[in-house]
Design a protein around this ligand. Structure first.
Ligand code: ZN
Length: 146
């Protein structure tokens, strides 16, 4: 394992064991996501201020990849505009489905580059992002990756 892969692994393990922003948010937009392939469940909460993400948090239970992805999402999106959040979603999706070098703008989210080699885990990594998109639209239905 290369040094970089090792570092990425550590980021995912750390965030899956000690997820950040793991709590509900009062008065927030929210959506629930479910990945039946793996059994991952996540609820994303987001509070906007104008077109900026003021606060974002999550709850749920799932595998290490989905939990770490949700945790890193909450850290990455705080303070971002909706347009920036949309761009980040596109870049993250491209990274986990096609691999390759992560753009610098993804920061720690680059840790998921290796997921592209495991197609069954891609949905674990993208579930929180699809759920975020539903939360921003305030969509009441459960988001399923199927
Ligand atoms: Zn999973």
């Amino acid at each position: 394992m290369s040094g970089l892969e090792d570092l990425y692994q550590q980021v995912i393990v750390d965030h899956s064991r000690r997820p950040r922003n793991f709590r509900p948010l009062q008065g927030s937009r929210q959506a629930e996501g479910y990945n039946p392939l793996c059994g991952d469940r996540v609820t994303i909460y987001v509070n906007l201020e104008g077109d900026k993400v003021k606060e974002v948090a999550f709850q749920g239970s799932g595998c290490a990849i989905s939990t770490a992805s949700a945790s890193l999402l909450t850290e990455a999106l705080k303070g971002k505009t909706l347009a920036e959040a949309g761009q980040m979603f596109e870049r993250f999706h491209e990274l986990v489905t096609h691999g390759g070098a992560a753009p610098a703008s993804l920061g720690k989210l680059a840790a998921f580059a290796g997921v592209s080699e495991y197609p069954t885990r891609v949905k674990c990594a993208t579930l929180p992002w699809h759920t975020l998109r539903a939360a921003l639209k305030n969509a009441p239905e459960v988001v399923s990756t199927e």
